[in-house]
Design a protein around this ligand. Sequence first.
Ligand code: GH3
Ligand code: MG
Ligand code: MG
Length: 623
Amino acid sequence: MPLMKPPRGPRQSPVPAPMRQARAAWRLQYRDSRKSLDLAERACDRALAIGDVGAEGWARITRGLHFMRYGHPRALANADLARAKECFDAAADEAGSILARAWIARSMLLDGAASEALELLLPLREPGLRVLREEERGMLLNNIAGCHSALGQSAQAFAYMYQALRETSAARNRGFDTVLYNNIGFELCQLGDSLEALRYLDQGIDRCAQVANPRLIGTLLANRLAGLIELGRPGDALADVERLLAIPADADGRGAAGARFETMAIAAMRAGKADLGAELITRARATLGATADADEAIELAVATAELLRARGDRRGAVSVLEQAIPHTTGAAAPGPRTPCLLYRMLADVNEELGNAAPALAHLRTWQQLHEDRMQRASQARFQAAALQTELLRLRHERDDIDARRRSSERAKVSLEAINRQLSQKMAEVEALQTALREQAVRDFLTGLFNRRYLNEVLPSMLALAERNGEPLALAIIDFDHFKAVNDVHGHAAGDALLAEFGRLLVDRLRKSDVACRYGGEEFCLLMPHTDAPSGRRKLADLQDAWRAKVFKFASGSLAGCTFSAGIADSHLVPRSLDALLQAADTAEIDAKRRGRDRIVVFDTNRISRRVEGSSFLGTVAGD
Ligand code: GH3
Ligand code: MG
Ligand code: MG
């Protein structure tokens, strides 16, 4: 029989705290930027409402990056990033603060300030490797790589990108590794290592299947297109052209990324699809207008030249290509890939036209550029290895610090454990000492204080009473015919009676009273603030309670036990401690003498001071 499930009420989803929401938005940025933005905006509102600056920081940085990537005015992105940095600083969030600065630098790089961006980034490298999480370390290193790449320092760019890829765990795919595959592929393409570039780009495209990031897929596909063109495999690129064309141009599609119609056009033309090529060229012109950068302008020229060549207009083709030559130099010079494309085609078309001299000149330029790329590629490999070693050293340092921190934490934990044990032991020792002290002053059988204790406290209690002008009553109690109890019921029964009497005293007396076992079956009570008559009343109550007790032994039951007591107080017998004790003792003996089962208050008139202790015991019967 299946187990019955308890009925459930409507499930209430817990409201995530702004920080959790903001961090979730941050983690989602590459996998689903739209969702990440929605989350970030909600987190930001809630963080502002409760003044959680840490959460606001993560929400702001996430939104700022979305703005940066999806074609919003740069000022919007910059404002969010700057505010994120302020928030992180205020919240003492070191990781957040490093990341905010790393992305502010990226924004500077996009505005063309590569050197300044690098200056900002390099000091972040060491603390970043120490405090950032894996893919966040990757972001920092990748932004450094971006600056080197923009500065034409491919070697450093590679080193940082490879390191970034190593730091970014592919297992926990948050999409950032895909960015790195793309960037490495792009950089390899620039250096003419297209086969290797395709390896990385293919991996990135594969991994993109798990992320909802059309912008990233678009960039990867466009870069693969460029690689396939370089390799002379334009036919293989047609499927990518189709995929690229299917990505919408809006914010949920490729966002701010260029459409790359010009790259697609070259692929289409070289694959023999002249109609598609012509259409793509028209679209490229419409999209780019006057805003084309050097790469785009050169590619558009190459595509147009291909179309003219296909239509048999080789001169027109050469003219279009020659017009693009100025784009290969100057401040906004492109990477080495497109100039190669341009000069190679100039050489080819001139050769087709039989213009040997310009064909040769262009071929030489192409060759020069090509050699330059090759040299940069080999330099890059060499420097990548060198820089990797340096980063590895930093990584080891970080691991060392980590290990030291962990071991000092372990040491702290064991220190705490030892301290705990120590204080536990100290408490045990203290308890033991208290117990020993107690045992020294306690009578084991009755649990009452012993005679030694009485001797210790009596002088001070008496002094206190005298100082306060208050009476201190002292009583001596002696069981009646106790020997007979032992004789009839056995010694154990006698012990049981003694123990029970101890309990009775503890129950009945005030806290300030002191009850002692004075001798075998004799007890002494000290009662502060009490005179003899009041003490007598208390003893009478005790006597009633004692008499009412019923004991059951194997030998039969026992009831109606009695005691005799004598009582005196410090006002009646003011002279000394011994006198007080003796007075109570005398009164007790008098009680015995008068027939037992009674309480006698010491009376200076009635009781002769000659009447002394043991000489009376058992010798006087009756009253
Ligand atoms: P009285 O009424 O005259 O006091 O008679 P009594 O029998 O009580 O007095 P007595 O002094 O003759 O005997 C005291 C008895 O108390 C003798 C002794 O065996 C018994 N006793 C003293 N200490 C203990 C004890 O610790 N345990 C037991 N079971 N008996 C004790
Ligand atoms: Mg006795
Ligand atoms: Mg007795």
